[in-house]
Design a binder for this molecule. Sequence first.
Ligand code: COA
Length: 152
Amino acid sequence: MDCSHIQFCLEQSKINLEQLQKLLEIGAFWAKNRTIEGLSIAIANSNPVVTVWDRNLLIGFARATSDGIYRAAIWDVVIHPDYRGNGLGLKLVETVLAHPQVNKVERVYLTTTNQRSFYERIGFERNNTNTMVLYNNTCIETIYQHQTSEVF
Ligand SMILES: CC(C)(COP(=O)(O)OP(=O)(O)OC[C@H]1O[C@@H](n2cnc3c(N)ncnc32)[C@H](O)[C@@H]1OP(=O)(O)O)[C@@H](O)C(=O)NCCC(=O)NCCS
């Protein structure tokens, strides 16, 4: 596939949330039921947010959260199934890692189920993780309403 016209974008304002919701449904098993409101909150609180475009079609997405110096995490890395195997995923993750909000950070984390080998090619290492997780069962819309109602 000729990918020379594919563009990478860092501007959050250009993201079409309906297209993002669809891309995640098609390509990201962990993010199939995300709402437009939830995605909007996630994007607003992430930096960088990288999108990949085939003209007006959103074909890739990744985002990071970072404190700018000690710790960062990369989330929701996805390339549309029709475009995989062309080096776009590699460039997508490299674009996140090169961003000033991430490139000086001591440790960059991510969670992956099936793509360890892909990330090892980029330089990530497997670790004997001490990670713990709290599954917050509160509905995301409830959190959103709660947050907005507490802003004075
Ligand atoms: C993981 C993903 C983003 C990779 O995107 P991609 O565009 O296909 O990846 P690339 O074409 O840039 O591949 C880069 C290199 O990694 C290799 N690679 C890609 N996926 C791989 C995998 N699952 N295991 C091992 N190597 C892999 C490619 O062969 C390529 O190697 P090369 O440089 O020697 O040719 C894509 O497969 C995807 O969206 N998967 C579903 C969502 C997902 O699992 N995301 C990660 C969640 S943390």
